[in-house]
Design a protein around this ligand. Structure first.
Ligand code: PLP
Length: 390
């Protein structure tokens, strides 16, 4: 019944297929019988396989078991959940915080709690799909502003004054372009125009501001009108998400966010891993954040020098624009043949097809060199290569 749709997708090079590893997730992964250098992961600091993180998760199992049994409001949370909420609030310089089961659950739950039919949302056009879905669920009036266009946002804020609440929503680091939102100016606008600012710091946490995130990067302090959302699943190598803000707003979310109220709490082992990862990040004795940025610079500059278009990437997320879906798939296929896993990203995930390279502190010199050499060869042979993937 769905064969026709699937065959259309295949014809357009848009058919997606699952890839399953037979190894842990890290700088090198095994797919089938082959090893690949992995440039697909958001585990920017290599914490997913950190021995202390693994130990913390496994130690917690003896005390708390695995499943959490029910939602937080029905007793599904443990002391670890509470501790993580205190720790992440302090890390984000916020009064309070709460844990969510995933970033997707946070965005699709919080946004409808913040804004409803009486409210207005202003959202960057490149915001993550989970924000878009949250906005749709909210039924608030929506205004999409051009990517990072602060002037356009100001115009909208001046025009749309008659709402109960006005909420500006932006990713801090854009997940497919790797550029950074001009938060200093956006926050200034929100202050002047009396609007809430909701930021998705999923790719900024552990990466920007010495790891503390986008607000620290810009030196913006906590404000009762700023809500910071972020994930434990990327640079922190764990799973789940958080919102941090004023005590009142977090209490309000606990009482109103449906994805929080009506979903079983994360297992304590996941929370224990997040707590440990956060502790490692806060101390950063091995300068992992510094290593991430060194690696990122090597790859970004190397690709630019070879003439690749990496758009406005400013972070470890480095898109390589290919011009067509076919070329994105071909390039990813060529890397795959050569032992490198870096997936293509195609519509509808993005408007313009690309290869998405994600650099980690866990990559060693050999991994970086191999990527640059293979990309160099790919550039020379472009046009003569055939796709190795669907
Ligand atoms: C910017 C952004 N927000 C939210 C999410 C969703 O987070 P999660 O994977 O924890 O559901 C992602 C990616 O996964 C993301 O890139």
């Amino acid at each position: 019944m769905f064969k026709e749709e699937l065959s259309q997708l295949k014809k357009q090079n848009l058919l997606r297929q699952l890839v399953s590893r037979s190894s842990a997730q890290g700088p090198v992964i095994t797919i089938g019988r082959r090893k690949y250098i992995n440039f697909s992961s958001n585990d920017y600091l290599g914490l997913a396989c950190h021995p202390e993180v693994i130990r913390a998760a496994s130690d917690s199992l003896g005390r708390y078991g695995f499943g959490s049994g029910s939602s937080r409001l029905l007793g599904g949370g443990s002391l670890l959940h509470e501790r993580l909420e205190r720790e992440i609030a302090s890390f984000k310089s916020a009064e309070a915080a709460m844990v969510f089961n995933s970033g997707y659950a946070a965005n699709t739950g919080i946004i409808p709690a913040l804004a409803s039919g009486k409210d207005v949302i202003f959202s960057d056009e490149l915001n993550h799909a989970s924000i878009i879905d949250g906005c749709r669920l909210s039924r608030a009036r929506m205004f999409i502003f051009r990517h990072k266009d602060v002037t356009a946002l100001e115009g909208l804020l001046k025009k749309e004054k008659k709402a109960r609440r006005r909420v500006v929503i932006t990713d801090t680091v854009f997940s497919m372009d790797g550029d950074i939102a001009p938060l200093d100016r956006i926050a200034g606008l929100c202050r002047r125009h009396n609007a809430f600012l909701y930021i998705d710091d999923s790719h900024g946490t552990g990466v920007l501001g010495d790891g503390r995130g986008a607000l620290a990067h810009y030196g913006i302090g906590p404000e009762p009108w700023i809500i910071q959302m972020g994930t434990f699943s990327k640079a922190l190598g764990s799973f789940g998400a958080f919102a941090a803000g004023s005590g009142d707003i977090i209490d309000y979310f606990i009482n109103t966010v449906r994805s929080f109220i009506y979903s079983t709490a994360l297992p304590s082992s996941v929370i224990a891993a997040s707590l440990k990862a956060l502790k490692i990040l806060r101390k950063d004795e091995d300068d992992i954040v510094g290593r991430l940025w060194t690696n990122r610079t090597i790859i970004a500059e190397g690709l630019r020098d070879m003439g690749f278009d990496i758009m406005g990437s400013e972070t470890p997320i480095i898109p390589v624009m290919t011009g067509s879906v076919k070329e994105a798939v071909n390039l990813s296929g060529y890397l795959y043949e050569n032992g490198i896993y870096a997936p293509s990203v195609r519509p509808p995930s993005v408007i313009e097809p690309r290869l998405r390279i994600s650099v980690s502190a866990a990559h060693g010199e050999v991994h970086l060199e191999k990527l640059l050499k293979t990309m160099g060869r790919a550039k020379k042979t472009a046009g003569t290569r055939q796709s190795a993937q669907g």
